[in-house]
Write a protein that binds this ligand. Sequence first.
Ligand SMILES: Nc1ncnc2c1ncn2[C@@H]1O[C@H](COP(=O)(O)OP(=O)(O)OP(=O)(O)O)[C@@H](O)[C@H]1O
Ligand code: SF4
Ligand SMILES: [Mg+2]
Length: 323
Amino acid sequence: MTLLQVKDLQVRFAAPGSGLFGINRQWVQAVNGVSLSLAAGQVLGLVGESGSGKSTLGRAILRLNDMTAGQILFDGVDMAQGGRLDIERLRHETAMIFQDPYAALNPRLSIGETLAEVLRVRGTVAAPLIRQRVDELLTLVGLRPELARRKPGSLSGGQCQRVGIARALAIEPRLIIADECVAALDVSIQGQIINLLLELRQRMNLAILFIAHDLAIVRRLCDRVAVMYLGHIVEEGPTEAVFGSPRHPYTAALIQSIPQIDPTRPLLGDPLPGEPPSPLNIPSGCAFHPRCRYAQPICAVTPPPLHDLNGHRYRCVLGEPLL
Ligand SMILES: Nc1ncnc2c1ncn2[C@@H]1O[C@H](COP(=O)(O)OP(=O)(O)OP(=O)(O)O)[C@@H](O)[C@H]1O
Ligand code: SF4
Ligand SMILES: [Mg+2]
């Protein structure tokens, strides 16, 4: 069952310092016509270089950012048109997990107070049962209930991130948006958090939009993956199809940029030269053309066509697998 459907979403920001009093204002087109869908129990990875618009897309879906145009259907209801009650329901059924586990928690409140506060606001657990529910939530994310008395400052990064997940789960969400939620953690702790998310997805039929730079983690965790470049989704499909036979040169370059552990594999030249262009000045035609090793003259002129191979979609003039 489709839980979330995003159609042709656009988000733009006025560029800082541009257009005093609105004259000659420049716009950063951070999300540029994105469409995607997510079913209950599904994990969708969202990858792409810094500045490609991943966080802006995640925040716009939860209506934490204003959107400029498009539709966000949550359970079939268009949140872009939604009234106060619709947005409130969205808040009650979705949660976000952030990158910095310490910054996301109030340092003055104990862990137990933080979780109890969410439960009180949510209002689905009777006051006398809140303590017990806090203990259950901590156990669910693999922490001892005694930790409820501690403040965030006395916990490790991994423990704090588990508390962040417990706080997200406290509202019993159907959709979680995790924005670089393991990036700040040690590799072994990352593995534990990923296993925890997989287990919770299974147990609670959670849908997760998992935003990350780390392609190896995305490959392990996600059912599907979407690749973003300068506000566009350039390729999207089942994880194994996208990683196993990428169709878009940008995806192929990202995969080839993963450090190889295998010393017998030949080293490529830089698969992804240069930086993405400024989002204030998005190249014409295919936005990737200035960096694309397969670019043809038409790529600078015409937006590339969308191909759909049984749900593996990509936008490029090329028609063959690249790796
Ligand atoms: N509030 C804002 N005002 C102006 N520009 C913004 C704002 N938020 C984001 N941007 C711009 O929008 C673009 C997309 O940013 P976003 O943070 O969504 O990228 P990202 O893919 O999450 O990057 P990262 O991987 O570094 O987290 C960037 O060019 C960024 O500078
Ligand atoms: S459309 Fe052209 S420039 Fe864009 S990714 Fe494909 S080959 Fe490269
Ligand atoms: Mg981000």
